[in-house]
Design a protein around this ligand. Structure first.
Ligand code: CP
Ligand code: NVA
Length: 311
């Protein structure tokens, strides 16, 4: 495949142009249609992909593993605890070695700096499978889902309600890039990272959309086309769980809050959900929820990412 994305790392959506983001999403659409028609081109025939996980995963691990397999590649799941990393081998040395064996490295890490160090020392592309800063592959799949459900991206309005975490950071960048106006409502002290908000605001100016950060969930959801939420305590924040529950409670995505969005608004959640905390069963299982289609699209978008970057 001849594309200018070949050989690129995917660490953060701010490293990509609007056109590149749309190219990945559109390729995801094509691969989904191919899969539904029973045609799957083996773009990565005979290649191998290393997948380092420092944290738990269901969707990201399985969708990358299945995506690699269906594209003709072999995916190696590497729990970082079983690697020499645990015994002190450096990230840089690990990257040098792995990139002699594999066509690409997918990594889920605690510190985003680990991804930067991996990429700086690997000849093979490095793909961010979630870090403390961002979750770009998630948001590429989510944009694919939003366009599938709404028929467009530019001009839509989306609210993110809850913790201003890695998912919120990537959502800000992704939405602002493609022209979705985004409002993020988080408790004071839990807003998305300033530097991300600043970059997203610049992207929004270029795409003709807006970025709003507020502490009022009601303000964020007024007449929006989509409402997104995520857990209140991310992986690695377990010790803060009880404190966070108290502060975040008013940001729960309930049917009452949904009444302020448009009637045809969709509900998104990257999952896993903590039902009864950031989202009620009623909303998660209700007619506006697209969370399982959203999870399915992780598979199609991972295929697009792997094929475009590694083939
Ligand atoms: N949404 C997501 O990344 O899920 P996992 O943690 O199960 O991979
Ligand atoms: N914010 C969550 C997302 C999980 C997919 C976390 O980092 O745990």
């Amino acid at each position: 495949m001849a594309t200018k994305l070949k050989g690129r790392d995917l660490l953060c959506l701010s490293d990509f142009s609007r056109e590149e983001i749309l190219e990945i999403i559109s390729f995801g659409d094509k691969l989904k249609m191919d899969a539904m028609a029973g045609k799957q081109e083996r773009y990565l025939d005979g290649k191998s992909v290393a997948m380092i996980f420092q944290k738990a995963s269901t969707r990201t691990r399985v969708s990358f593993e299945v995506a690699a397999f269906e594209l003709g590649a072999h995916a190696l799941y590497l729990n970082s605890n079983d690697m020499q990393l645990r015994r002190g081998e450096t990230i840089a040395d690990t990257a040098h070695v792995l990139s002699r064996y594999v066509a690409g490295i997918v990594a889920r890490v605690f510190a985003h700096q680990d991804l930067i160090d991996l990429a700086a020392n690997s000849d093979a592309p490095v793909i961010n499978a979630l870090s403390d800063l961002s979750h770009p592959c998630q948001i590429l799949g989510d944009l694919m889902t939003i366009r599938e459900k709404k028929g467009t991206l530019k001009g839509l309005r989306l609210a993110y309600v809850g913790d201003g975490n890695n998912v919120a950071n990537s959502l800000l960048l992704g939405c602002a890039h493609v022209g979705i106006s985004i409002a993020v409502a988080s408790p004071r002290g839990f807003e998305p990272k300033d530097e991300i908000v600043k970059t997203a605001t610049e992207f929004a100016k270029r795409s003709g959309s807006t970025v709003l950060i507020t502490n009022d969930p009601l303000v964020s959801v007024q007449d929006v086309d989509a409402v997104y939420t995520d857990v209140w305590a991310s992986m690695g924040q377990e010790a803060e769980h009880d404190e966070r529950m108290k502060v975040m409670r008013p940001f729960s995505l309930t049917a009452d809050l949904m009444h302020h969005a448009r009637k045809d608004a969709i509900v998104l959640h990257c999952l896993p959900a903590h039902r009864g905390e950031e989202i009620t069963d009623e909303v998660m299982d209700g007619p506006q929820s697209v969370v399982f289609d959203q999870a399915e699209n992780r598979l199609h978008i991972q295929k697009a990412i792997l094929a475009l970057l590694l083939a």
